[in-house]
Design a protein. Structure first.
Length: 157
C-alpha cells in the first residue's frame, strides 16, 4: 500500500478553546460544508446518525451533492483538545483515489482565541492514486479554508 498523504489547514478564531471544541463537534455538516470548491462538492445530508455527534464509536453516512457518499466513524473524542474520525466506503469522485481517510480537528490556545486545525491523512487506493494526491491536496486546502471560514461564522454567532 502506498504511503498516506497528510493535508492540513488552520485558522485562528476569537473564542476560547472549550467553546470552539464544544460547538465544532456537533455542528451540522451541511452548514459547515455548504459550498463547492472547484470539483469538491458540498455535503448534502447526513444519514444514520443516532443522537448528538459526541461519542467515539458513533457512525453516520455523509451524502455529498452529486451522489458521492462516505461512512464516517468518530474514533476519538478528547475535549477540548481534539476529535478524530475515519471516512471509509467512499463512493463518487473520490472513490478511485481514496481507500480511507483519517481526519482530525484539533484546538489549541493562540493569542485571545483558538487555533483550529483540520487535518486529513488520506490513504490512497493505489500508487497511481497516490501520484494524484498532491494536486488534490491543493484543492482540499482551499475547501478547508472555506470550511474554517464558515466555522468561524458559526462560532461567533
Amino acid at each position: 500500500m502506498p504511503e498516506p498523504h497528510v493535508m492540513a489547514q488552520s485558522r485562528a478564531i476569537p473564542v476560547d478553546v472549550d467553546t470552539a471544541f464544544a460547538r465544532t463537534l456537533p455542528v451540522p455538516l451541511p452548514a459547515l460544508f455548504s459550498r463547492w470548491y472547484g470539483p469538491i462538492s458540498p455535503v448534502k445530508a447526513v444519514r444514520g446518525q443516532d443522537g448528538d455527534w459526541s461519542t467515539a464509536g458513533q457512525t453516520r453516512t455523509v451524502m455529498q451533492v452529486g451522489g458521492g457518499s462516505m461512512r464516517e466513524e468518530l474514533t476519538v473524542v478528547d475535549p477540548p483538545n481534539r476529535f478524530r474520525y475515519t471516512l471509509s466506503d467512499v463512493t463518487g469522485p473520490l472513490a478511485p483515489l481514496v481507500d480511507h481517510i483519517d481526519g482530525e480537528w484539533s484546538f489549541a490556545p493562540v493569542g485571545t482565541g483558538t487555533a483550529v486545525t483540520w487535518r486529513w491523512t488520506v490513504h490512497p487506493k493505489s500508487r497511481v492514486a497516490a501520484a494524484a494526491l498532491p494536486a488534490f491536496a491543493v484543492l482540499w486546502r482551499g475547501f478547508a479554508r472555506q470550511a474554517l471560514e464558515q466555522l468561524s461564522h458559526e462560532l461567533l454567532r
